[in-house]
Design a protein around this ligand. Structure first.
Ligand code: MG
Length: 292
């Protein structure tokens, strides 16, 4: 090899090395399946968790702020592989972005209280939708300003509590504000706190994202939770034709190891005891296809 060629190859190697590192997945992706509590069959939380665990599920998502149920939840998951995933807290009637400052203050207090519960339960985060349709008259730019104002303090509280706020983008039928992962990511980037992240929901993403793989890749630094449902009727995976492969390709690429949680019911007249394990088997197949 002559000197010129050697220099060229060394320069190429020097350039390629950091690039390869940047493109390598952060860690091996894992499909950690779970479900919202209300979707699971069982007469008690303990029974629901036992069913989930028997089907290989590992994440239990709870609704609202279950602060009066902490012991019940701990008892239900004790001795199983199931852990608390996210708390699906929601929008709180748009109070956090209300122009009525008393309402806003109360909304912020309630979210902080949910974050305390999340911390106690070692939950991934509290799902937050700033406002659903008709919950605010303000244009998105004004809502952005309010979030920029309130979120740094809430996120700092989340860090202290040991959890985080997770912004959930919804389709336009449910909110005019934050429909895509990149919009939530822009807010996370601006606030720049470990107490603030985002999530992706396959149902909403199938309506709003043109490239689900890219959406997850772009949102990767802040992605802490995923909701699973079909794109059309929002029912159990495998009960309606819907492919998860494009989105799962993104999850695999970024080394996603957090939970993917069912946010969907069974088709009317079908038995969740039969259908949920079928859905999990289908999702595991889709995950394999996404890695092929
Ligand atoms: Mg959702």
């Amino acid at each position: 090899m002559n000197r010129r060629r050697f220099l060229q190859s060394a320069a190429v190697a020097a350039l390629a090395a950091p690039l390869a590192r940047a493109q390598a997945p952060r860690k091996e992706a894992v499909l950690n399946l779970g479900s919202q509590e209300g979707r699971l069959p069982g007469a008690s939380l303990k029974e629901k968790v036992a069913n989930l665990a028997a089907w290989g599920g590992v994440g239990l998502e709870l609704g609202g702020n279950p602060k009066g149920r902490i012991q019940e939840i701990r008892d239900a998951i004790a001795g199983t592989n199931v852990k608390v995933s996210a708390l699906c807290w929601g929008a709180h009637k748009g109070d956090l972005v209300s122009l009525d400052l008393e309402k806003r203050k109360k909304g912020i207090e309630d979210l902080k209280d949910a974050l305390n519960t999340a911390g106690e339960l070692k939950s991934t985060g509290v799902i937050f939708v700033p406002c659903f349709n008709k919950e605010s008259e303000l244009p998105p730019a004004e809502l952005d300003k309010i979030l920029a104002d309130i979120l740094p303090d809430i996120a700092a509280h989340a860090v202290k509590a040991g959890s985080r706020v997770l912004i959930e983008p919804l389709n336009k039928g449910e909110t005019f504000y934050i429909n895509r992962i990149e919009q939530a990511a822009a807010i996370c980037k601006r606030i720049d706190s470990p107490g603030l992240g985002l999530m992706g929901d396959f149902y909403h993403m199938s309506k709003e994202e043109t490239d689900q793989e890219k959406a997850f890749v772009d949102g990767a630094p802040w992605l802490w939770h995923v909701h699973l449902a079909t794109g059309k009727s929002r029912i159990l995976p495998a009960q309606e034709e819907h492919s998860y492969v494009e989105g799962m390709r993104g999850l695999r690429k970024i080394g996603y190891t957090q939970y993917c949680s069912l946010e969907c019911g069974c088709r009317k007249g079908t038995d969740p005891m039969v259908e949920i394990p079928k859905a999990f088997a289908f999702l595991r197949e889709q995950w394999k296809l996404a890695g092929a």
